[in-house]
Design a protein around this ligand. Structure first.
Ligand code: GAR
Length: 206
């Protein structure tokens, strides 16, 4: 288990969180998940955290006076957990300026499309509705926009005849489960250099 401490923000089932927990557990990612935080009390990701013995926390937006106050509380929770990296793994809220003032370029998101195509919600449904033949998965640094930050890793996924939103999303997720741990491993090893919009992966020898 590596020394990099990761806070994972998740709103849903947490399969990407699970992929990260597994990869930290078996040494593919030199890091440890120190907190799983959700905006939704019913998120299955919380159960996955408990099973893995990782502290979990729920911060419901409605318990805060406004968006900024919620963002500040999320940022503070990540800090208090001793995190040096935050991973958005199916976190279905935009993180705003109060969060990014502290965590920009130390915050990574996974998105189920080949950005800049199909940002925002329901990306697999967007790809199907567009009639795209190819979509994919992207892991990127988070900035102030909607899925606009510098791209770390991407991989294409075909849209197949007869695909439904569910079959397409599942095929994309299988790629996410590989790509996200890989990107986090690079970040944890200090191998990502950001130059404007471009993210360069340094080799071990660099
Ligand atoms: C993932 O496919 C992730 O890319 C997507 O939500 C899913 C969460 O699945 N995120 C977004 O759409 C964010 N714009 P999971 O909870 O099983 O990891």
């Amino acid at each position: 288990m590596g020394s990099t401490r990761i806070a994972v923000l998740a709103s849903g089932s947490g399969t990407n969180l699970q992929a990260l927990l597994d990869a930290c557990g078996d040494g593919r990612v030199p890091a440890q998940v120190c907190l799983v935080l959700s905006d939704r009390p019913g998120a299955h990701a919380l159960e996955r955290a408990r099973r893995a013995g990782v502290p979990d926390r729920v911060l419901r937006p409605r318990d805060f006076p406004d968006r900024d106050a919620h963002d500040r509380a999320v940022a503070a929770a990540c800090r208090a957990a001793g995190a040096s990296l935050v991973v958005l793994a199916g976190y279905m809220r935009l993180v705003g300026p109060p969060f990014l003032e502290e965590w920009a370029m130390r915050c990574i998101n996974v998105h189920p499309a080949l950005l800049p195509a199909f940002p925002g919600l329901d990306a697999p449904a967007q790809a199907l509705a567009y009639g795209a033949k190819l979509t994919g998965a992207t892991v990127h640094f988070v900035d102030g926009g909607v899925d606009t930050g510098p791209v770390i890793l991407q991989e294409a996924v075909p849209v197949l005849p007869g695909d439904t939103v569910e079959t397409l999303h599942r095929r994309i997720q299988a790629v996410e489960w590989r790509l996200l741990p890989q990107a986090v491993a690079l970040a944890a090893a200090g191998r990502l250099r950001v130059d404007g919009r471009r993210v360069e992966v340094r080799t071990d020898a660099d």
